[in-house]
Design a protein around this ligand. Structure first.
Ligand code: CS2
Length: 488
């Protein structure tokens, strides 16, 4: 049997595999990360590993899973070591990351996570808990006070359940112990992620202790960030391929692309690492970076997910490999680009070219099904905000409208070939109820427009949006997504 990756087996790795190169016993966990999924392991954790390799040993990570124990269970026998596999076409570069020192599982021991967050050495708290993990209304960004876990945290923080609950419990402990707050950095693709996290934390804190909320508002920091790296879910075949290549089995490996970007607003509650030394951009221009990324990269991703998913296209690279697919993405970007004011240093035309090349990376095997998840949480910032701007400018919205119509058709849980699938979305029951009993795709589209958690009423009332969605919904049903992406 192939031996497992671990501190003892590290030396057995072939010479081509990069390793931590520092003494892992001699680091301090200055970071607590919530949501130790593949994205974190391929993005922020690599930045902290780079910082340690550069000689600043204060930035090792204590990770926490807010729900399931799987990541801890796969990392514990490896003492937190895992392999980052960067794939670029036929070229593959493996590197073992050492920055993750332990993984806590919050539901098993909530107090241990609060203690980690409250520890004096914890200076940064980073979060990748996915859009739905914030328990916010997607359209308005308001905290979902009726969510059972949020309601529990609003009543009592002895054993928190939600990310904002954990942060507030830990900040209360820090204040009681005379410690400064940490800097909390949301690394999810939420619009205005810093201010949204801050609002959620302040809403929970105010319910327990207005003086605590005031202290957090004055001394805490919630910088806005833009994170970017495509990280497809790891498959069993990936794990086996790596085992064949390096001779060790790594159940926590992650695969990704060469590109990686992290832009952080310069707003910190205390000490921060020399992020710039490892390629992170620290700037006041985060909103412009965020908008460009959400409205170009992520909008195209979601459009590809639903249109491709309906047409049984399994991977992103397959969608853009068809000339009609690539041309559709360009038309979508033609509509989105004029709504953007690029930050200094970003040339949108070049950016689009780079995005298309990243999507075309066939070695990533990025599933459209993975991106289709949680569409209700993604649509507002990826497509609807752009649509609203285009409508105000009286500009065409055919491609954006087709993408939204594809999401709508997806809600029925059947692809163009008639295959059934489960809609993986926290609002799946709400969208299913909206279309129940409606056979006409145009009627379904109009009914879904009434879901206020996704579509703000003024947008839903726009006659031109209603006309385009009605028409595109009917075209999709009549022609199927493969043909509907061609211009009418
Ligand atoms: C994707 C993103 O799954 C999705 O919704 O659009 O995870 C995307 O790969 C990243 O934002 C890229 O930085």
């Amino acid at each position: 049997m192939t031996p497992r990756l671990s501190p003892d087996s590290l030396a057995a790795l072939p010479a081509g595999v990069e390793r931590p190169g520092y003494d892992r016993a001699d680091v301090t966990p200055g970071v607590v990360h919530l949501g130790v999924g593949a994205f974190h392991r391929a993005h922020q954790a690599v930045v902290f590993d780079d910082l340690i390799r550069h000689g600043d040993r204060r930035w090792a990570i204590r990770g926490a899973s807010l729900r399931a124990p799987d990541v801890r269970d796969s990392l514990a026998p490896q003492d937190g070591l895992y392999t980052l596999v960067v794939r670029d076409g036929a070229v593959e570069h493996p590197r073992v990351i050492g920055a993750l020192r332990e993984v806590l599982v919050a539901p098993e021991n909530p107090a241990a996570l609060v203690e980690a967050l409250a520890a004096p050495e914890t200076r940064l708290v980073t979060l990748t808990i996915t859009e739905k993990g914030y328990r916010l209304d997607p359209a308005s960004g308001a905290l979902l006070e009726d969510d059972p876990d949020v309601a529990a945290d609003l009543l009592d923080l002895a054993t928190p359940r939600t990310a904002p609950g954990f942060l507030v419990a830990a900040l209360a402990t820090r204040r009681a112990r005379g410690l400064a707050p940490f800097t909390a950095i949301s690394c999810d693709n939420l619009p205005h992620n810093g201010p949204r996290l801050r609002d959620a934390v302040l809403a929970v804190a105010a319910r327990h202790d207005p003086a605590l909320a005031d202290w957090i508002a004055r001394h805490g920091a919630f910088p806005q960030t833009m994170v970017d790296r495509i990280v497809p879910a790891t498959t069993e075949a990936d794990i086996e391929g790596l085992a064949r290549a390096v001779g060790l089995r790594d159940l926590a490996m992650v695969k990704t692309e060469p590109f990686s970007q992290w832009v952080i607003e310069d707003r910190f509650a205390g000490e921060r690492p020399d992020f710039e030394a490892v390629g992170v951009q620290v700037t006041e221009d985060v909103p412009a970076w965020e908008a460009a990324k959400l409205r170009l990269l992520n909008s195209a991703h979601s459009a590809i997910a639903y249109l491709g998913g309906l047409a049984s296209v399994e991977f992103v690279h397959q969608f853009v490999a068809r000339p009609q697919g690539a041309a559709f993405v360009q038309r979508l970007w033609d509509e989105a680009q004029p709504t953007l004011t690029p930050p200094p240093g970003l040339d949108l035309v070049r950016y689009r070219g780079e995005l298309m090349a990243r999507f075309a990376n066939a070695a990533l095997q990025h599933r459209t099904r993975q991106i289709a998840m949680d569409g209700s949480q993604k649509l507002p910032q990826r497509l609807l905000a752009t649509l609203a701007d285009r409508l105000s400018a009286e500009a065409p919205i055919e491609a954006l409208g087709l993408a939204v119509a594809a999401w709508m058709r997806w809600q029925a849980g059947r692809d163009d070939a008639g295959n059934a699938f489960a809609v993986d979305d926290p609002l799946a029951a709400v969208t299913a109820r909206a279309i129940a009993g409606l056979a006409d795709p145009a009627d379904q589209a109009m009914a879904l427009l009434q879901v206020e958690a996704i579509f703000p009423p003024p947008l839903a009332a726009e006659p031109r949006l209603r006309e385009v969605l009605t028409r595109q919904a009917s075209r999709l049903a009549r022609l199927g997504a493969r043909a509907a992406i061609e211009p009418a």
